[in-house]
Design a protein around this ligand. Sequence first.
Ligand SMILES: *Cc1c(COP(=O)(O)O)cnc(C)c1O
Length: 459
Amino acid sequence: MSDQDEFRPALDEAVALAGRWLGDVRDGHIPPSADVEQVKDALGRELPERGPGAVEVLRHLAEAAEPGLMRIHSPRFHGWVMGGAQPVALAADWLTSAWDQNNGLRAVTPGVAGAEELAAEWLLDLLGLPSGSEVGFVTGATVANLAGLLVARDEVLRRAGWDAAVDGLAGGPQVRLFVGAERHGSVDSAASMAGLGHGRAIPVDDQGRMRVDALAEALAEGEGPAIVVLQAGNIHSGAFDPFSEAIEVAHRAGAWVHVDGAFGLWAAAAPALRPLVAGVADADSWATDAHKTLNVPYDCGIVAVADPGALHRAMAQHAAYLASSDTVADPSDRVPELSRRARGVPVYATLAQLGRQGVAELVQRLADSATVIADGVRGLPGGEVLNDVVYTQVCAAFGSDDRTRAVGEALLADGRALASASTWHGRAVLRFSVSNWLTDAAEASRTVDAVRRAVAAVG
Ligand SMILES: *Cc1c(COP(=O)(O)O)cnc(C)c1O
């Protein structure tokens, strides 16, 4: 048996099973039909003394898990802010697993380190961020926010004469943290993990954008090291903070500016949407996701820091046994992890296929499809759109809170489109997020058809 034959049966089976699952991507029922306990029963709860062959295990796994799978890759899945996986991205992700590179040190794994370094350069270009910035590939925007805040924290303390890396936080100057009142929950979580607490919430306007006058007042009330977290893409309204003005105010006060742009930073890649992020490049650090707008498989987040030294000081590990290449930073100098998969490789492959034009079209298509959904909702009995639809998010209501919730439940039961229930500005809403590469005007119209059926069912 050749080495290849050891792997071939299992990999061929995986291709066949994936083909079966993906073959139904446009028309399959979206929500899962089995719950966790049912899936565990179907999988079998006992650890066997010895199991069957790989092919049999894979078949059984797919059979048992598929009823519990959410069709997140459907073009009419608009829950939370997610996204699917483009074919080239999925295939490159498989290759990345097959190559099995531990991408901590560039001299050890140059094949994937090279692809990630190019992906990083291209990302900075597409997102309009300073070309000298350093980029780390992390698991998602939550960890990208954490990495950004860790760098920010160490750097503002270093400037105040305190070495947090060595001496810790206790006994050092207090770091003042300012966040928007409508920040994403991951900012709170990241700030907690960074030992900063939740900070002070700055009031926002009717679309959830930070009020610069309120930020200026809050910064002026005290002194000492400070961090301001801005947002590109509010999960309810899609709105963007006023970057130019807010960053100027923050920098004048000596604060570090971090931007949570999990899905919103991508507006920079589409010429007609680029004005939404005007001025964002003047910030100090940025977090975004590739597994949302770019549609690569989970888990792929991105942290970028304008000052490479600040990122390296916060993240690098130093040990004699690590064959570091010294003059150039290693992948592990840019992220909290040492051992990790080369999750930037699918980003490289996706950007290589789409090119600048393809990424621009993707982002524009998402925003245009959101407009189709918003227009459709407004035409339904009792349908209202509560936000200014400037990007990919639509916040809909259908009269009273009870009726809006009932429409959401009817839509879930119909299963041909999915939106997530939430509350915004005191009202129950159905949030439609357009983040999937397969969503276009035709699919957005099918979403509206599904909502129309749900509204009719509720009466
Ligand atoms: C999704 C999201 C996050 C968290 O990203 P993960 O990739 O899920 O960790 C943070 N901020 C915003 C605005 C988001 O939409």
